[in-house]
Design a protein around this ligand. Structure first.
Ligand SMILES: [Zn+2]
Length: 247
Protein backbone atom coordinates (compact mmCIF):
# COMPACT_ATOMS: atom_id res chain seq x y z
CA UNK A 1 0.00 0.00 0.00
CA UNK A 2 1.24 3.47 -0.93
CA UNK A 3 0.20 6.90 0.26
CA UNK A 4 0.20 9.83 -2.19
CA UNK A 5 -0.94 13.41 -1.93
CA UNK A 6 -2.60 14.94 -4.93
CA UNK A 7 -5.40 16.85 -6.61
CA UNK A 8 -8.25 15.12 -8.43
CA UNK A 9 -8.22 16.34 -12.05
CA UNK A 10 -11.00 14.17 -13.42
CA UNK A 11 -13.61 11.68 -12.26
CA UNK A 12 -15.61 9.37 -14.47
CA UNK A 13 -18.24 6.84 -13.52
CA UNK A 14 -17.87 3.16 -14.33
CA UNK A 15 -21.05 1.13 -14.07
CA UNK A 16 -23.47 1.73 -11.23
CA UNK A 17 -21.18 2.01 -8.27
CA UNK A 18 -17.58 2.61 -9.28
CA UNK A 19 -15.50 5.43 -10.72
CA UNK A 20 -12.01 6.20 -11.92
CA UNK A 21 -10.21 9.31 -10.76
CA UNK A 22 -7.10 10.94 -12.26
CA UNK A 23 -4.87 12.45 -9.59
CA UNK A 24 -2.06 14.96 -10.09
CA UNK A 25 0.78 13.98 -7.75
CA UNK A 26 4.12 15.61 -6.95
CA UNK A 27 6.32 12.63 -7.76
CA UNK A 28 4.41 10.42 -10.19
CA UNK A 29 2.72 12.68 -12.69
CA UNK A 30 -0.97 11.95 -13.16
CA UNK A 31 -2.11 8.56 -11.88
CA UNK A 32 -5.40 6.79 -12.53
CA UNK A 33 -7.06 5.17 -9.54
CA UNK A 34 -10.13 2.96 -9.40
CA UNK A 35 -12.62 3.81 -6.65
CA UNK A 36 -14.83 0.83 -5.91
CA UNK A 37 -18.28 1.55 -4.52
CA UNK A 38 -17.77 5.28 -5.00
CA UNK A 39 -21.50 5.96 -4.95
CA UNK A 40 -21.81 4.44 -1.49
CA UNK A 41 -18.96 6.40 0.06
CA UNK A 42 -20.27 9.42 1.87
CA UNK A 43 -18.90 12.19 4.00
CA UNK A 44 -15.18 12.79 4.35
CA UNK A 45 -14.04 9.94 2.17
CA UNK A 46 -16.55 10.84 -0.55
CA UNK A 47 -15.61 14.50 -0.77
CA UNK A 48 -11.90 13.67 -0.88
CA UNK A 49 -12.30 11.93 -4.25
CA UNK A 50 -14.35 14.70 -5.95
CA UNK A 51 -13.07 16.83 -8.80
CA UNK A 52 -10.44 19.34 -7.53
CA UNK A 53 -10.19 17.83 -4.04
CA UNK A 54 -6.68 18.02 -2.58
CA UNK A 55 -6.33 14.83 -0.55
CA UNK A 56 -4.13 12.10 0.83
CA UNK A 57 -4.85 8.79 -0.90
CA UNK A 58 -3.93 5.27 0.20
CA UNK A 59 -3.75 3.07 -2.89
CA UNK A 60 -3.04 -0.59 -3.60
CA UNK A 61 -1.41 -1.76 -6.79
CA UNK A 62 -2.79 -4.94 -8.36
CA UNK A 63 -1.25 -5.75 -11.72
CA UNK A 64 -1.31 -2.61 -13.84
CA UNK A 65 -4.06 -0.95 -11.85
CA UNK A 66 -4.27 1.21 -8.76
CA UNK A 67 -7.18 0.84 -6.38
CA UNK A 68 -8.23 3.30 -3.73
CA UNK A 69 -8.03 1.90 -0.23
CA UNK A 70 -8.94 5.08 1.65
CA UNK A 71 -8.72 8.85 1.30
CA UNK A 72 -8.75 11.83 3.58
CA UNK A 73 -9.14 15.45 2.52
CA UNK A 74 -6.33 17.98 2.98
CA UNK A 75 -8.28 20.85 1.45
CA UNK A 76 -11.58 20.72 -0.40
CA UNK A 77 -12.07 23.90 -2.37
CA UNK A 78 -15.73 24.26 -1.41
CA UNK A 79 -15.65 28.00 -2.17
CA UNK A 80 -15.20 27.28 -5.87
CA UNK A 81 -18.66 25.76 -6.01
CA UNK A 82 -20.35 29.01 -4.97
CA UNK A 83 -19.75 30.54 -8.36
CA UNK A 84 -20.28 29.16 -11.85
CA UNK A 85 -17.37 31.14 -13.29
CA UNK A 86 -15.01 29.98 -10.53
CA UNK A 87 -15.82 26.29 -10.87
CA UNK A 88 -15.70 26.58 -14.66
CA UNK A 89 -12.29 28.24 -14.65
CA UNK A 90 -11.00 25.70 -12.12
CA UNK A 91 -12.29 22.88 -14.34
CA UNK A 92 -10.36 24.38 -17.26
CA UNK A 93 -7.18 24.42 -15.14
CA UNK A 94 -7.77 20.75 -14.34
CA UNK A 95 -8.42 19.75 -17.96
CA UNK A 96 -5.28 21.50 -19.20
CA UNK A 97 -3.18 19.91 -16.44
CA UNK A 98 -4.47 16.47 -17.20
CA UNK A 99 -3.55 16.90 -20.84
CA UNK A 100 -0.07 18.35 -20.22
CA UNK A 101 1.34 16.30 -17.39
CA UNK A 102 3.09 13.09 -18.28
CA UNK A 103 3.12 9.99 -16.07
CA UNK A 104 6.19 9.51 -13.87
CA UNK A 105 7.18 13.20 -14.05
CA UNK A 106 8.27 15.34 -11.10
CA UNK A 107 5.67 18.04 -10.69
CA UNK A 108 6.38 19.88 -7.46
CA UNK A 109 6.20 23.37 -8.99
CA UNK A 110 3.26 22.50 -11.22
CA UNK A 111 1.27 21.19 -8.30
CA UNK A 112 2.13 24.32 -6.35
CA UNK A 113 0.96 26.45 -9.27
CA UNK A 114 -2.39 24.69 -9.40
CA UNK A 115 -2.89 24.80 -5.61
CA UNK A 116 -2.06 28.51 -5.51
CA UNK A 117 -4.36 29.32 -8.43
CA UNK A 118 -7.21 27.38 -6.83
CA UNK A 119 -6.56 29.10 -3.50
CA UNK A 120 -6.71 32.63 -4.94
CA UNK A 121 -9.68 31.71 -7.10
CA UNK A 122 -11.56 30.32 -4.11
CA UNK A 123 -10.80 33.35 -1.94
CA UNK A 124 -11.69 35.80 -4.71
CA UNK A 125 -8.56 37.83 -3.90
CA UNK A 126 -7.43 38.20 -7.52
CA UNK A 127 -9.08 39.12 -10.80
CA UNK A 128 -10.12 35.83 -12.43
CA UNK A 129 -8.72 36.95 -15.78
CA UNK A 130 -5.38 37.66 -14.14
CA UNK A 131 -5.32 34.18 -12.57
CA UNK A 132 -6.19 32.59 -15.90
CA UNK A 133 -3.41 34.40 -17.80
CA UNK A 134 -0.92 33.67 -15.01
CA UNK A 135 -1.84 29.99 -15.02
CA UNK A 136 -1.53 29.75 -18.80
CA UNK A 137 1.85 31.44 -19.18
CA UNK A 138 3.43 29.94 -16.08
CA UNK A 139 2.27 26.40 -16.84
CA UNK A 140 3.60 26.64 -20.39
CA UNK A 141 6.93 27.81 -18.99
CA UNK A 142 7.08 24.99 -16.45
CA UNK A 143 6.48 22.33 -19.11
CA UNK A 144 9.13 23.60 -21.52
CA UNK A 145 7.45 26.34 -23.57
CA UNK A 146 8.85 29.40 -21.81
CA UNK A 147 8.62 32.43 -24.12
CA UNK A 148 11.85 34.29 -24.86
CA UNK A 149 11.03 37.62 -23.20
CA UNK A 150 14.57 38.96 -22.73
CA UNK A 151 14.91 41.49 -25.57
CA UNK A 152 13.97 42.41 -29.15
CA UNK A 153 15.38 39.80 -31.48
CA UNK A 154 16.42 42.46 -33.97
CA UNK A 155 18.21 45.15 -31.95
CA UNK A 156 18.28 43.83 -28.41
CA UNK A 157 16.26 46.67 -26.91
CA UNK A 158 14.94 45.63 -23.52
CA UNK A 159 11.91 47.86 -22.99
CA UNK A 160 10.30 48.82 -26.32
CA UNK A 161 7.20 50.96 -26.01
CA UNK A 162 5.43 48.79 -28.57
CA UNK A 163 6.32 45.31 -29.69
CA UNK A 164 5.16 42.40 -31.80
CA UNK A 165 4.99 39.16 -29.88
CA UNK A 166 5.32 35.99 -31.92
CA UNK A 167 2.83 33.42 -30.64
CA UNK A 168 4.48 30.51 -32.45
CA UNK A 169 8.06 30.86 -31.27
CA UNK A 170 7.54 33.02 -28.20
CA UNK A 171 10.00 35.80 -29.09
CA UNK A 172 9.32 39.44 -29.92
CA UNK A 173 10.44 42.32 -32.14
CA UNK A 174 10.20 46.03 -31.36
CA UNK A 175 8.16 48.21 -33.72
CA UNK A 176 11.33 49.43 -35.50
CA UNK A 177 12.63 45.94 -36.25
CA UNK A 178 9.35 44.26 -37.04
CA UNK A 179 9.00 43.16 -40.64
CA UNK A 180 6.26 40.74 -41.35
CA UNK A 181 3.95 41.42 -44.18
CA UNK A 182 1.14 39.14 -43.22
CA UNK A 183 1.37 39.87 -39.50
CA UNK A 184 0.08 36.35 -39.00
CA UNK A 185 1.04 34.70 -35.74
CA UNK A 186 2.06 38.06 -34.18
CA UNK A 187 0.23 40.10 -31.60
CA UNK A 188 0.95 43.78 -31.19
CA UNK A 189 1.16 44.77 -27.53
CA UNK A 190 2.57 47.55 -25.36
CA UNK A 191 5.36 47.42 -22.80
CA UNK A 192 3.15 46.80 -19.71
CA UNK A 193 1.96 43.53 -21.29
CA UNK A 194 5.56 42.43 -21.83
CA UNK A 195 6.40 43.38 -18.24
CA UNK A 196 3.50 41.28 -16.96
CA UNK A 197 4.58 38.27 -19.06
CA UNK A 198 8.14 38.65 -17.75
CA UNK A 199 6.86 38.68 -14.19
CA UNK A 200 4.70 35.58 -14.74
CA UNK A 201 7.37 33.44 -16.38
CA UNK A 202 10.45 34.58 -14.43
CA UNK A 203 9.49 35.46 -10.86
CA UNK A 204 9.84 33.21 -7.82
CA UNK A 205 6.73 31.52 -6.51
CA UNK A 206 6.73 33.74 -3.42
CA UNK A 207 6.15 36.83 -5.57
CA UNK A 208 4.31 35.26 -8.48
CA UNK A 209 0.80 36.38 -7.55
CA UNK A 210 1.80 39.89 -6.52
CA UNK A 211 1.31 42.13 -9.51
CA UNK A 212 -1.32 44.48 -10.81
CA UNK A 213 -2.15 45.62 -14.32
CA UNK A 214 -4.54 48.16 -15.85
CA UNK A 215 -7.77 47.11 -17.52
CA UNK A 216 -6.32 47.70 -21.00
CA UNK A 217 -3.20 45.65 -20.20
CA UNK A 218 -5.29 42.86 -18.69
CA UNK A 219 -7.35 42.52 -21.85
CA UNK A 220 -4.30 42.19 -24.08
CA UNK A 221 -2.51 39.92 -21.61
CA UNK A 222 -5.55 37.61 -21.47
CA UNK A 223 -5.75 37.35 -25.24
CA UNK A 224 -2.02 36.72 -25.57
CA UNK A 225 -1.82 34.07 -22.82
CA UNK A 226 -4.78 32.08 -24.10
CA UNK A 227 -3.59 32.19 -27.68
CA UNK A 228 -0.08 31.16 -26.62
CA UNK A 229 -1.33 28.12 -24.72
CA UNK A 230 -3.78 26.95 -27.39
CA UNK A 231 -1.22 27.38 -30.16
CA UNK A 232 1.47 25.37 -28.39
CA UNK A 233 -0.82 22.61 -27.11
CA UNK A 234 -2.45 22.40 -30.56
CA UNK A 235 -5.95 21.63 -29.38
CA UNK A 236 -9.05 23.17 -27.84
CA UNK A 237 -10.56 22.51 -24.42
CA UNK A 238 -14.28 22.00 -23.83
CA UNK A 239 -14.02 23.57 -20.37
CA UNK A 240 -12.50 26.73 -21.88
CA UNK A 241 -15.19 26.96 -24.54
CA UNK A 242 -17.80 26.72 -21.80
CA UNK A 243 -16.06 29.27 -19.57
CA UNK A 244 -16.05 31.75 -22.44
CA UNK A 245 -19.79 31.45 -22.90
CA UNK A 246 -20.44 32.65 -19.33
CA UNK A 247 -17.96 35.53 -18.87
ZN1 LIG B 1 14.32 46.02 -32.20
Amino acid sequence: MTTVEGIVLKERSVGEQDKFIDILTRENGVIEVSVKGAKKINGKSGSSTQLLAYSRFCVDRRGNYLYLNSAEPIHIFYGLRDSLTKISLASYFAEVMRFCIKPEAQNGDIMRLLLNCLHFLEKGERDERQLKALFEFRLMSEIGYMPDVVACRGCGVYEPEELFFCIGDGGFYCADCFENESGADYMKVKLPVLSAVRHIVLSDFDRLFNFRVSEETQQRLSALAESYLLTHLERSFGTLDFYKTIV
